[in-house]
Design a protein around this ligand. Sequence first.
Ligand SMILES: Cc1cc2nc3c(=O)[nH]c(=O)nc-3n(C[C@H](O)[C@H](O)[C@H](O)COP(=O)(O)O)c2cc1C
Length: 200
Amino acid sequence: MEFAEVVRRRRMVRAYDDRPVDPAVVDRMLAHAVRAPSAGFSQGWGFLVLETPGDVALFWETTSGGTGETSRWLEGMRSAPVVVVPMSDKQTYLERYAEPDKGWTDRDETRWPVPYWHLDTAMASLLILLTAVDEGLGACFFGLSPGTHEAFREAFGVPESHVPIGAITLGHRLPDTGPAGSPARRERRTDVVHRGRWGR
Ligand SMILES: Cc1cc2nc3c(=O)[nH]c(=O)nc-3n(C[C@H](O)[C@H](O)[C@H](O)COP(=O)(O)O)c2cc1C
């Protein structure tokens, strides 16, 4: 698929059919994820891949408590055979930037007005979403309610150092029924590019 076509076709898919996903496709997604840029090449990310029915069921058991989403949303999302949880690791950045070529030996978090650990993990997540489209699959990035982090961590042995920035469902998309979720109700903004000076 042409790159422009991949970008144009990408949209969040919130319901899947029952075909399994080829593990080789998941491998390719993760291989692309780690090609994402990262500040200082810190690569302070980690990806928990859940691809057995038991693990996926446990994921939903531990995380669906406080999402506030409708049960229809949950029903659709639960039909995904694979869930990938991208996680960011702040400490890796603080340590990387304390190295001689960066020199921030105080490891002071106020040096980071934008938390690049989350940013880089988000860039890796986008590569997963785009690879899904390129592979003819569907995917959805969604947020995890903070109230569910503890149960999620405990269920999957995730250390405190790693923060799930969200999760990605993955599977074969059902026949396309047009824009879903917020894009069905909102227009894409066209007033966000400013050339030369803000406001123009
Ligand atoms: C950081 C982030 C969090 C999101 N959280 C959710 C979510 O919790 N539930 C959901 O259904 N979609 C979620 N989405 C998907 C957005 O609703 C979706 O990207 C947006 O409406 C644009 O639609 P599109 O991606 O299909 O083009 C999230 C997207 C991002 C980038």
